[in-house]
Design a binder for this molecule. Structure first.
Ligand code: 3PG
Length: 438
């Protein structure tokens, strides 16, 4: 990849001297749930970085977080096998035909791992001397310091820096400023990995889109997406909504009540309705699927309802999907077919029982062969893969498609209006100033 303009702002791994160096590399390999890999896509996207490190003589120490083992309220950390790096390590070993050493540190009950044990230094020497192929540290969130705000935080950052010569951040999906994504850069020359670079470049194509720009946003919760939603609304030429976000919008606009949509969400959606009165950017999907049960798609207990039949005060059961017929509607198909850039962060229906809306959306978008189509979000991607496996495989290497590895990161950057506001990226930029001064 050509460094382009990125190199002016970020220290890039291709500029680092890796020969004979211990390279600590942070990935976002957060792909395992209960010990099983759901989709290795994020791992696969980092193989180029790993190969490049080794090819240039670097000796890699890998790390990632898995899940959220730390309870936000109590601070307790549960280091259970369900969120260990083991499945990721096994996957990599099988792909790379190399053994990775996973150190075992003492776990202090609910406090997690106190820090990097001195015994690791001997193993690092083995790594340097090519006696072992690589080291994969335990889940970073098992370490007490990773998300701490006191002594442990600082000492974990120093310990990480102590075992390596160079740090590379390739964990685009991990936008939270934790020790392994942020603090460690204060103590060691730090660079952006290839995946990080590619994701930032593509993020810029969403932030500065070729127009018309269509955004499709859906989500299970309204409140967590309000900030990015408004930022996307301002940026987009047209917007298609789905999920609870769309249900709340419909309630706010038409004065109807829909089961499962909270008053807070409806109140919040009123702002969007009033914003759209003037701009008229929201392309309303005309048919939704109403269901009496969320447990399944039960014959006789679900039906399609039309938005144009809504009357103020009407009460509805759950809205659990978008009827695929919506994508044949003139306004919707025009919005999709005329767009030059399409950004999708959306699962339209309540899965697994109501998949048809998402499937119809992906297929309708694929009909626009000229637009750049960018998908962001783990669930968005997972559904695409599950519902349209043939289409997914056929477009994986299509230059008109791009699949981000981190949905939360994309939304955060959109809200901030720039990828350079993301804390881990900022940390690398500050590091560049230090490297340049040397
Ligand atoms: C993700 O899966 O969204 C990323 O790995 C980030 O995880 P987090 O939201 O727990 O930080």
């Amino acid at each position: 990849m050509k460094p382009g303009t990125l190199s002016k702002r970020l220290p890039l791994m291709q500029e680092a001297d890796l020969d004979g160096k211990i390279v600590l590399v942070r990935f976002d390999h957060n792909v395992a749930k209960k010990g099983v890999i759901r989709d290795p896509y994020r791992i696969d996207r980092t193989l180029g970085t790993l190969y490049n490190i080794v090819e240039r003589g670097g000796r890699p120490i890998l790390m990632t977080h898995i899940g959220r083992p730390r309870d936000k309220k109590t601070g307790k950390i549960s280091c259970d096998p369900g969120n260990s790096v083991k499945p990721v390590v096994e996957y990599l070993e099988q792909k790379l035909h190399t053994d990775l050493y996973v150190p075992e540190f003492n776990i202090r009950g609910d406090d997690g791992i106190a820090g990097i044990d001195d015994s690791l230094h001997a193993v690092v020497e083995d790594l340097r001397n090519r006696k072992i192929g690589g080291i994969y540290l335990p889940n970073t969130r098992w370490f007490h310091g990773e998300e701490d705000d006191g002594f442990y935080r600082n000492s974990f950052a120093v310990q990480l820096a102590d075992i390596a010569d160079v740090y590379i951040n390739d964990a685009f999906g991990s936008w939270q400023p934790h020790v392994s994504t942020y603090d460690v850069t204060k103590f060691i020359p730090s660079y952006a990995g290839f995946l990080m670079q590619q994701e930032i470049e593509n993020l810029n194509r969403v932030l500065d889109p070729e127009r018309p720009f269509l955004a499709v946003v859906a989500g299970a919760k309204y409140d967590t997406k309000i900030g990015p939603l408004y930022a996307i609304y301002r940026k987009a030429d047209s917007l298609i909504l789905g999920g609870i976000i769309y249900n709340a919008y419909l309630c706010a606009k038409y004065g109807i009540t829909v089961k499962g949509v909270s008053k807070e969400d409806v109140d919040a959606a009123k702002e969007l309705v009033s914003m759209d009165k003037e701009a008229g950017k929201i392309a309303e999907l005309p048919f939704v699927v109403e269901s009496e049960s969320i447990e399944g798609k039960i014959e006789g207990k679900y039906r399609t309802v039309s938005v144009k039949d809504f009357r103020e005060g009407d009460k509805y059961e759950y809205f659990l999907d978008i009827d695929p017929a919506s994508f044949k509607d003139k306004r919707i198909s025009e919005a999709i077919l005329n767009a030059k850039t399409i950004f999708v962060n959306a699962v339209m229906g309540f899965t697994p029982h109501f998949p048809l809306g998402s499937k119809a959306l992906d297929e309708a978008i694929d009909e626009n062969t000229t637009a750049l189509k960018m998908y962001g979000g783990g669930d968005t991607l997972q559904e695409f893969k599950n519902l349209c496996p043939g289409l997914y495989l056929s477009v994986l290497d299509n230059a008109k498609y791009y699949f981000f590895t981190g949905g939360g990161t994309v939304l955060t950057a959109i809200e901030e209006g720039s990828p350079y506001g993301l804390k881990p990226v900022q940390a690398l930029m500050e590091n560049k100033e230090k490297i340049d001064k040397r």
